[in-house]
Design a protein. Structure first.
Length: 210
């Protein structure tokens, strides 16, 4: 009887080991097959910096050109409407990937003299600067790039939080460009689908706050 139990346990153990090995090699092969070449070098308006995403060099903020650029601050950062300059401060989106492959943004402030970085808002996205000069962010929502309404992993990530993946609602937040402190926040039921520029960026903070 004991020998029978031992044989069954040994068989189960062998199956588990080979299953784990098979899964490892399957994931490894898929990863190797997906090694696409990336070399993006996007300048940030109003600075001598560029954002780099590359398979040849470390991602981050660079000075110089795409060939001879110098890394100033490592990390994955946004550009375009995801970055804004206020004197010697750069407010920009910083992006990180979860183990599930989702992108989680934070709004950070970079001192352009020392390149020290301060996080202003976690799980938030800078969307631009409004007519009165304040940076405007979106918070308490899932990133549209993760397809939260259909992606099961998004629903898993949002579990236990106030974020509802199926909702188009988000909190619009205005920051003080000098201190990074929150000046005003407003919950908008269709912030992710509305014409955000005309509703918020083309208006002053006073007009938006009503």
């Amino acid at each position: 009887m004991n020998n029978s139990k031992f044989s069954v346990n040994a068989l189960v153990l062998i199956v588990l080991i080979f299953s784990a090995i098979g899964m490892f090699f399957t994931i490894r092969l898929v990863t190797m097959a997906d090694r696409s070449v990336v070399n993006v070098f996007e300048p940030i308006e109003g600075t001598e910096l560029s954002v780099r995403y590359s398979t040849f060099a470390e991602d981050g903020l660079y000075t110089g050109d795409a060939v001879n650029g110098t890394l100033k601050l490592a990390g994955r950062y946004g550009y375009g409407w995801g970055a804004a300059v206020f004197g010697d401060r750069l407010i920009i989106n910083e992006l990180r990937s979860t183990p599930f492959g989702m992108t989680v943004p934070s709004v950070v402030c970079v001192d352009l003299n020392t390149f020290e970085k301060t996080t202003l808002m976690k799980n938030a996205t800078l969307r631009g600067v409004c007519a009165s000069g304040e940076p405007v962010c979106l918070a308490e929502c899932m990133s549209p790039s993760d397809f939260p309404k259909t992606n099961a992993l998004s629903r898993l990530y949002a579990a236990g939080s106030r974020i509802r993946p199926e909702s188009d609602a988000a909190t619009v937040v205005w920051l003080d460009p000098e201190t990074g402190e929150v000046l005003f926040r407003l919950r908008d039921g269709d912030a992710l689908t509305c014409d955000f520029e005309s509703r918020y960026l083309d208006r002053t903070l006073g007009e938006a706050a009503g």
